[in-house]
Design a protein around this ligand. Sequence first.
Ligand SMILES: C[S@@+](CC[C@H](N)C(=O)[O-])C[C@H]1O[C@@H](n2cnc3c(N)ncnc32)[C@H](O)[C@@H]1O
Length: 193
Amino acid sequence: MTKIYVLRYGHRPERDKRITSHVALVARAFGAHGFILGDIVDEKIMETIRKVEDRWGGKLHVEMGVDSRKYVLNWKKKGGVVVHLTMYGLHIDDVIDEIRSLEKDILVVVGAEKVPPFFYEHADYNVAIGHQPHSEVAALAIFLDRYYQGKELYLSFPNAKLIIVPSPRGKKVITVAKKEEKREKSREETKTK
Ligand SMILES: C[S@@+](CC[C@H](N)C(=O)[O-])C[C@H]1O[C@@H](n2cnc3c(N)ncnc32)[C@H](O)[C@@H]1O
């Protein structure tokens, strides 16, 4: 199975705390398998990811503090494809079918502040989600959505403690863990009878 990892480049802990968390959460929710925080370790981001996973399931592969440039080079060496999201790149509509048809593992690079030329030069594809400046969160979400052709919105995570029941109004949530606990308890009670 093709794997997609997301490499977040240029994270500044104070300024980008929320946006980097959102990049990671979009990666998880929209079907990526890994989130790599380049060049820096930020425990708060890790905590956010693990807290969401604890309740809503999934197990994103997470690495932090890796050398972004080495990671890109190594990814390519292992036969993977590097896609850098930038408004200066080729329009997503013109490359997404080709990228999907490669059936290779994909490293999606998104920036924060100015992205150095290295990433433009070493990316196999510089991909624009339209040619206007917007956000790494929006860019990643749309890239993954186009890659998976909308199927990622039906993802469910087997180890979730909470599952939403779609509702026209209000919030309906099933607490799976409680159901399991109850089952376990009644099993225990039956045994002791
Ligand atoms: C807020 S932007 C800053 C970009 C920065 N000014 C530069 O020139 O590299 C942060 C990231 O969002 C992503 N991004 C923003 N707009 C995009 C677009 N239209 N297409 C693809 N990616 C985009 C890119 O990954 C970019 O590095």
